[in-house]
Design a protein around this ligand. Sequence first.
Ligand code: EPZ
Length: 420
Amino acid sequence: MDKFKIIGKSRIAGEVSISGSKNAALPLLAAMLLPSDETVLHNVPTLKDTDTLIKLIKGMGVDIKKEGNTVIADARHVANYYAPYELVRTMRASILVLGALLGRFGEAEVSLPGGCSIGSRPVDQHLKAFEAMGATITVENGYVKAQAPAGGRLIGCDFSFDMVTVGGTENVIMAATLARGTTRLENCATEPEVVDLANMLVKMGAKIDGIGTPTMTIEGVEQLHGCEYSVIADRIETGSYLAGALMSEGDVLTKNTSAEFLHPVLKKFEAMGATITTGDDWIRAVMKGRPKAVDIRTQVHPGFPTDMQAQLMAVCCLADGTSTIIENIFENRFMHVPELQRLGANIKVDGHTAVVVGVDSFTPAPVMATDLRASMSLVMAAACAEGESVIDRIYHIDRGYDDVENKLKALGVNIERIKD
Ligand code: EPZ
């Protein structure tokens, strides 16, 4: 497994261009299965996760290819409706093809994604919604087999999610676009990535009201057509690099991004003492002195995003004071804590609450990445430690951060990939 060797202490300063959002690109790629002709998707990040999903869609017989950051897919002919465990287990968001296949073809066989290090990640809400739309769902040998009612089309219905689920909302709106009749969904996720998907579906001819609100109404149509669309910027990548400035009295300019989706994070950065300036397509964070301690509670959008929790914890580790971080979305998203402690952090965890007592500096050590966002918190912490640190299992970071070494080098981080 590849490792990163990082030699600190660096002032994290410079400018980076932000890539397309991983968490928007994945549902948008799945949605390319819906039209019976060609779709062109721009600003797709180059990540292990997007590569895996493209491979999965290609395995269905779809003519799909990636040229630079543009993906072109012609779903005129789809030979099979099957998503194998070998691919799904490496990228759980593959479950998003289920809604598209069931909506368009009335059948699908998709491996259950299984859990990951941050939680069990069930998909009960996805399946409950499809059953409410008339599908017969059976789970055998780790696969979800879904079959629309006789006639091959799902039936629109009223459905309310038991809890807010980003993937569940995305899966169900994709299926509902081609259902017979109208589907009214309540308690939907309103994350920007869900909105991005809904906007592309409308461009494909879908009829969706209430986009960006917890209640969406989808009027089923007979067919969707292809379109040309561009993925929104990655707000979590943006926040991850800006956080480095707060840890090192730095100055980071992120370009090709938008402050629109990051308000709760930028407000926390300002509360910690950073000077945040923004433009139409850029955000800059300048930091003087130590960050101030803050309290953070992760919430569904528009609350503080759980995907920024690990990165903000790394900033809190250096704060002047004690911070409290409560993780409300996932049951096990503090895996970065023992690794940050190895780098000298003073953190105590009690259930879903982490109490972080700020220290003057991180100290170098060998550590291990445990999940995607934790990896970035360790990278930034290691960059702020005087001396050499090695981060193992960095395949986690390759899943979700495009061109990560070059972007970190552009920000002054002394980083080298050690190929295993
Ligand atoms: C998406 O995951 C993101 N991934 C996650 O980003 C993100 O952390 C999460 O949304 C929350 O914002 C992608 O978009 C590819 P959920 P998703 O369904 O859709 C429970 C990253 O780092 N739940 O909103 O899987 C679930 O267990 C990743 O980029 C059920 O119980 O998240 C979790 O506790 C990590 N039953 C909570 O809801 C269900 O049927 C939120 O999950 C569905 C979800």
